[in-house]
Ligand binder design. Structure first.
Ligand code: UDP
Length: 540
């Protein structure tokens, strides 16, 4: 590693002089601490103080210059989880002149991305909070390339899936504890601090019960491009090739807790129902890459609710995700994997099954609280939990009733399971038909016009016409339609019409000597809406 760090030789003397003279420079994007990413020249870190340091000089730059608002509550979020008060970033300030009295800084020559992993012990969190956001933050800033250095400041050890983080750059990521090895003061020549939240789709319930994020900005396309790159870097070849006839189902089994107690019976039922080979994978007895290899060719992935289901992002288009929930856990309240499968363009089917039979559930009241034990609670509270038929909505992360129920083992009633699949997966999982649908939106219709005429004293006509959007000339679109909205001036309702051609004469509901506002837009294949053209003012 130390060899790696010194590969890019920098002139130490020049760097020290630059730091002393120019100080730190910071320029950020984003209006709020929750959407901010900052780029720094010569951001330093004191391993003694465990604080980042901004050195002021005559030429240092701090944009935004928030004054004390920098602490209300922070300059930015260091992880991709929004506004979490354990994940804030800030720096201390010093005049550059103070460097004279400080330990000699060690310079990090690599372009560095400084951030926090949110929960590197959990596969779902690793992908959703870290890997995807890092991948797309790196794509946003072109100098965060394959040679970039990742620095994880959350203070955790490597964690069980550190190899996945290693795939993001050719350089070994650094942990907070390793920074000490560089000396008392280290200075990052060029660094970015913070992560893009653009790819996250789920909020974990810190301020309101967990659920999909309010404004999801990622589509299946970005998830699949990330998955493809990760597979290439893991040396996993896409198992599924179109024309391949070997359809199969994967059951993802957990072997430590939240077990499926009759896995063999479930596998048999699946094989029989779908006439497909059914295999199991588990993180306990195989490498992550081999799990991905198997999943990348599967027609269906069946698994208990849990972090391992994040691997559904490696499923081929057209495949189905089937998520099982233990007794008293309402699938509608825990939807990270349903939301993933349902992202536009992800093209996965999704079905949830939950155990409704308490006799098919095995619970563990005596276990430690974090594995769902409840024996530390009042007898009364224990009894209430034991007799409850559904975990009420709750906040993250230590709700004992939730933990108690989610760590139950389950005997899957195969009759009800198969019935659920028949009801929800109306189409047989089909990989051959699953081509990516076009996401090209129409442009504005051009040259919109209206013509009016008064027919009799109380009847009028309104003819609206327009030209096709410019980009349609170059596209093959299955179905092109137009939507026209007509509003009488001063009214607050409008009449919408869907029309197949480029003009139409309206006579119903059109009054003489009245002004109408008319909007026209184009729609491809029923759902791809274009923008409205400028509103037309039409006087009859
Ligand atoms: N895990 C596993 N097998 C098990 C139980 C857990 O591989 O039998 C993994 C799981 O995939 C996750 C981590 O251990 O990455 C933490 O699991 P936990 O039950 O705490 O979280 P959840 O799966 O509910 O998100």
């Amino acid at each position: 590693q130390s060899q790696e760090v010194s590969q890019v030789r920098i002139d130490y003397h020049a760097a020290l002089l630059a730091l002393q003279e120019r100080g730190t420079r910071m320029v950020c994007s984003g209006k709020m601490h929750t959407d901010r990413i900052c780029r720094f020249d010569y951001l330093c870190y004191s391993t003694e103080a465990e604080e980042f340091v901004f050195f002021h000089s005559n030429t240092s730059v701090m944009l935004p210059n928030l004054g004390p608002r920098r602490f209300q509550p922070a300059l930015l979020d260091l992880s991709s989880v929004e506004d979490h008060n354990t994940q804030y970033f800030n720096f201390l300030e010093l005049p550059a002149a103070a460097l004279k009295f400080m330990p000699k800084p060690v310079f990090v020559p690599d372009v560095t991305l400084i951030m926090n992993r949110f929960n590197p012990d959990n596969l779902m969190h690793i992908f959703h909070d870290d890997l995807l956001p890092i991948f797309y933050t790196m794509l946003q800033y072109s100098d965060l390339d394959d040679e970039a250095r990742l620095v994880f400041m959350e203070g955790w050890g490597e964690g069980p899936h550190f190899d996945l983080y290693r795939l993001l750059s050719s350089k070994q990521p650094l942990l907070k504890e390793q920074l000490r090895n560089f000396g008392k003061l280290m200075c990052f020549t060029k660094s970015y601090v913070g992560l893009s939240k653009m790819t996250t789709w789920y909020q974990y319930g810190f301020v309101q019960p967990q659920g999909p994020k309010a404004n999801i900005l990622v589509s299946g396309n970005e998830i699949r491009q990330f998955a493809k790159t990760m597979m290439e870097r893991m040396n996993v070849s896409r198992e599924y090739q179109s024309g391949d006839d070997d359809d199969y189902i994967v059951v993802f089994s957990r072997s430590i807790n939240r077990l499926i107690l009759n896995e063999a019976e479930l596998i048999l039922a699946l094989a029989q129902e779908f006439q497909m080979r059914t295999v199991t994978v588990s993180l306990e007895d195989q490498s992550f890459a081999s799990v991905v290899q198997v999943i990348s060719g599967a027609s269906m992935l069946v698994s208990m609710h849990g972090a391992q289901l994040i691997t559904s992002l490696f499923l081929p288009r057209g495949a189905a995700v089937v998520e099982l929930f233990p007794y008293a856990v309402n699938p509608d309240h825990y939807t990270p994997y349903k939301t993933l499968a349902s992202l536009p363009g992800m093209d996965l089917q999704y079905a949830a099954w939950s155990n409704t039979l308490i006799e098919n559930s095995v619970n563990y009241p005596e276990r430690p609280w974090d594995q769902g034990g409840i024996s530390h609670l009042d007898k009364e509270e224990q009894d209430r939990i034991l007799s409850s038929k559904e975990v009420p909505r709750h906040l993250c992360c230590r709700n004992p009733e939730w933990l108690f129920r989610i760590y139950q083992d389950t005997i899957v009633d195969v009759t009800s399971f198969v019935a659920t699949l028949r009801k929800t997966l109306h189409v047989k999982p089909n990989l051959k038909k699953a081509k990516a649908a076009s996401t090209v939106h129409p442009g504005r219709v051009r040259e919109p016009k209206c013509q009016t005429s008064v027919v009799a004293g109380n009847e009028a006509k309104l003819t609206v016409s327009w030209q096709i959007p410019w980009n349609l000339k170059y596209l093959k679109v299955r179905e092109v339609k137009y939507e026209v909205w007509i509003q009488e001036q001063g009214e607050n309702t409008y009449m919408p019409y869907i029309l197949p051609h480029q003009n139409y004469t309206f006579s119903e509901n059109i009054k003489p000597f009245t002004t109408y506002l008319v909007w026209v837009r184009c729609i491809f294949n029923k759902s791809l809406l274009g923008p409205f053209a400028d509103v037309l003012l039409c006087k009859t």
